[in-house]
Design a protein. Structure first.
Length: 79
């Protein structure tokens, strides 16, 4: 396709469809609500939460996972 935009106007090698045209292909097939597994939460022991509160260091298991350096081919990704 060829598109030219200049002071003389807009010229295109194919007809311009106002509003666009859907691209032919595979239609979207969304999953039904019952087919998706629910999210699992990670619960902390109340004593662990209290200790974190006293130390003024909130405890989050997901955050702790990401604090560890990642190894990629023997080299650290965060180095």
């Amino acid at each position: 396709h060829h598109l030219v935009i200049n002071a003389a106007g807009i010229f295109c090698s194919t007809p311009i469809q106002l509003g666009g045209v859907p691209i032919p292909g595979t239609p979207a097939l969304p999953l039904a609500p019952g087919e998706v597994k629910g999210l699992q939460s990670v619960e902390l022991d109340p004593a662990t939460q209290l200790q974190a509160l006293y130390l003024k260091a909130p405890a989050c298991p997901q955050c702790e996972i990401f604090k560890k350096p990642l190894s990629v081919g023997g080299a650290h990704a965060d180095a």
